[in-house]
Ligand binder design. Structure first.
Ligand SMILES: [Fe+2]
Ligand SMILES: [Fe+2]
Length: 292
């Protein structure tokens, strides 16, 4: 993921701009939640403390825990009760989900793109990646879930801070047609994977999340330590785009890269198709409950 000096300076300027915006405030909470997810000794009390310092997040979590989606028999009145009701693991995922979702608010549609459509895509990719880790590798895959939510974060940054060039990139991608990354590199000088990688590194997120974001469109070039998670993300992205769940940034996907990822990870297409069916169902359920 190399950029030349002028591109590097511009990218650094963009990251500074982001770090003086509301996204940085959200990013610091996201970073703390991901640190808890990565710490095997972390306790539910530490997570509850983070949630309580963010009243809108706490209110959102209580709203969801009390919704038909979780269906408690009696009303859950506070976060301590919520952790007992849904469990520490589920609360980590719910808190991360709700916090990252704050970055994707605001609705405006340009050439098929809108933040809510990108959010729906991101949740589907996160669910697929986590299910793949659990079913095929017997691992929890918590960073795969976080990576799924965050992998296209660079698109939001372009939307918010380079809006005119971003709008032209969307137009070029749909008119040519070509992958959004090609249009971004031509018009902005770098693409959303570069931006997401630089921002997540700046936030000190774990290396596999940083690399997974940076290499989600070219996973075969990812560093060895992050190659599995980058390939899983690419496969998840491929399936969710093929089934047109939410926004799709690469309608013409490179089948060869996808097939090579499946070969290297030893994954069978029927197992992946079953995961996709379950992701579709989960997304439908979440939409029915107003959670997407
Ligand atoms: Fe992407
Ligand atoms: Fe994506």
């Amino acid at each position: 993921m190399k950029t030349n000096n002028a591109q590097g300076d511009d990218l650094q300027g963009l990251i500074n701009q982001v770090n003086h915006s509301n996204i940085s405030t959200i990013g610091s909470v996201v970073t703390r939640i991901i640190a808890i997810i990565n710490d095997p000794d972390a306790t539910a009390k530490e997570l509850v403390e983070i949630i309580l310092t963010d009243p809108p997040l706490a209110a959102n979590i209580l709203r969801l825990v009390n919704s038909a989606y979780c269906a408690p028999k009696t009303k859950i009145a506070d976060i301590q009760q919520a952790v007992i009701f849904i469990g520490f693991e589920a609360l980590k995922e719910l808190a991360l989900n709700q916090k990252v979702c704050e970055i994707f608010k605001r609705s405006m549609t340009i050439n098929g793109y809108s933040r809510p459509r990108l959010w729906k895509h991101s949740v589907a990719v996160a669910l697929f990646s986590k299910m793949l880790y659990r079913r095929e590798f017997g691992q929890r895959g918590e960073n795969a879930y976080a990576l799924g939510l965050l992998h296209d974060l660079g698109i939001i940054i372009e939307d918010q801070f380079r809006n005119e060039q971003f709008t032209r990139s969307l137009e070029m991608a749909s008119q040519k047609p070509c992958p959004l990354t090609d249009a971004e590199r031509e018009i902005i000088g770098y693409d959303h994977a570069h931006i997401g990688m630089a921002l997540s590194a700046n936030w000190n997120l774990p290396d596999d999340i940083v690399d997974g974001i940076g290499y989600h469109h070219n996973p075969l070039e990812a560093p060895e330590a992050s190659s599995d998670i980058s390939q899983v993300l690419h496969i998840a992205n491929h399936y969710c785009q093929q089934d047109q769940i939410g926004y799709c940034d690469a309608p013409q996907q490179d089948e060869n890269v996808f097939m090579e990822c499946c070969r290297r990870l030893n994954l069978e297409s029927h197992a992946l198709a079953l995961i996709m069916q379950d992701v579709q169902q989960k997304i439908t359920d979440m939409e029915a409950e107003g959670l997407l």
